[in-house]
Design a protein around this ligand. Structure first.
Ligand SMILES: [Fe+2]
Length: 423
């Protein structure tokens, strides 16, 4: 199945879709069962579309503890429906294989013991084809449940979060295989036809001012994760946000000015990482015969000065901002500016680091039950990124979305835009 699918031309979406508080921009369904059956099929197919360009060998590799094998992603998102939907709402459901819970549970302590995260790449069996069978087994059971349940209102929220969860893993599938391919001296292309999405920044004004009291967080119709609530008011001091993303060209100036070798530009923890890991350029950059290249989903490409810088850590983003005499925006400043429509490339290019620590909004309560482990327990020691990236699936981006990673992380499609406080 995978082999034949791989012969079809596969393209990533050009953009991650418009910012929206709706779950997918689709009109309210007249027939909810039909709507969710179709939505389920569409999202599940996108995972397989992304995986179809990868061989069974590609799909088993785990290049670092933070990254997971493609095959594991495909199975884990399937386990999520099995564990949180079918086992609880479909009494007659027969598991595809009772041992898979151990292999494909990620971090849900309430769902039982699990394979250690750094050892996901040791799961050579089930193979990629058997994972496809597992997916088909669960797809069928979920479809039957949607058609037959007497309590559709109870299962709908689980299907919805399961699909948004799967979309998160669709992005990780790409970031993780890119990390694996970056370790291959032949520079494999995930998609030989891949290109950067078009820039929106040409002709935009330099910056947009924000100030005053604003409502942030998710306060409308449609899906959001629990970490986007409660919506609440914030008081912003006068600040201007750059309408364009920081480019590779600007980053090359930072490098030429000794940015990576100037400790005073860096947070102490950040410079310790620079020294320990020998960072002297963004992730995946290679200096070849005096010219910079970058490993991309299309293989090794020359660094384009006009494109946004990508694969930089929070520490690097923070140091660059200090070098430029600017700051990173807070997540609230970013959200207010993005909602105004003034930010070019707010979505669909690179996630943008903010200076906000990932912490609960005032009055936040984690979702009840096992799914309460989804977000809340990670609210320490990580920084928030806003927007979305070229790898974010259509319909998954919204202005209130809070992505979060450790400040050393740079295997995501992460960049930055700058902020300047009025003097
Ligand atoms: Fe997950």
């Amino acid at each position: 199945m995978l082999r034949s699918a791989a012969s079809r031309p596969i393209r990533l979406p050009e953009t991650a879709g418009p910012p929206s508080n709706s779950s997918d921009g689709v009109a309210a369904p007249h027939d909810p069962r039909q709507f969710w059956r179709d939505r389920f099929r569409t999202v599940r197919a996108e995972t397989e579309r992304r995986a179809a360009l990868l061989s069974a060998e590609d799909q088993v590799v785990q290049s670092m503890p933070d990254a997971s094998p493609t095959k594991w992603h495909r199975a884990h998102v399937t386990w999520f429906f099995e564990e949180f939907l079918l086992r609880r709402f479909a009494p007659a459901y027969k598991a595809f294989d009772d041992r898979f819970g151990y292999l494909f549970n990620s971090y849900y302590l309430s769902a039982g013991p699990r394979q250690a995260r750094p050892q996901r790449g040791l799961i050579t069996r089930p193979g990629a084809a058997e994972v496809a069978d597992y997916r088909a087994h669960v797809d069928h059971a979920v479809t039957v449940l949607i058609d037959s349940t007497n309590d559709f209102a109870a299962i709908m929220p689980i299907i919805e979060i399961g699909l948004h969860h799967e979309q998160q893993h669709q992005e990780l599938l790409l970031t993780d295989i890119l990390h694996a391919f970056s370790h291959n001296a032949t520079h494999p292309a995930y998609d030989p036809h891949w290109q950067w999405p078009k820039n929106e920044a040409e002709g935009v004004v330099a910056s947009v001012p924000v100030t005053g009291i604003h409502r942030v967080g998710h306060d409308g119709e449609g899906f959001c994760f629990d970490n986007e609530q409660p919506a609440h008011d914030v008081l912003l001091q006068p600040v201007r946000l750059a309408c364009a993303l920081v480019t590779n060209g600007a980053w090359l100036e930072f490098m030429a000015d000794g940015g990576y070798a100037t400790p005073t530009l860096w947070l102490s923890d950040g410079y310790a990482v620079v020294e320990a890991r020998g960072w002297n350029a963004p992730g995946y950059w290679r200096l070849i015969d005096g010219a910079w290249f970058s490993m991309t989903l299309g293989g090794l490409h020359p660094v384009d000065p006009g494109q946004p810088v990508c694969h930089v850590s929070y520490y690097e983003a923070d140091a660059f901002a200090r070098w430029a005499g600017r700051h990173l925006p807070s997540e609230a400043e970013w959200e207010v500016a993005a909602r105004s429509g003034a930010l070019a490339d707010a979505f669909g290019k690179v996630w943008q680091w903010t200076r906000s620590a990932y912490s609960p909004y005032p009055g936040y309560r984690a979702t009840e039950g096992a799914l309460g482990e989804y977000n809340g327990k990670f609210m320490v020691n990580q920084m928030v990124l806003r927007g979305s990236s070229l790898a974010t699936p259509d319909g998954h981006a919204r202005a209130s979305y809070r992505n979060f990673f450790y400040p050393t992380a740079r295997w995501q499609f992460s960049g930055l835009r700058l902020a300047q406080f009025d003097d």
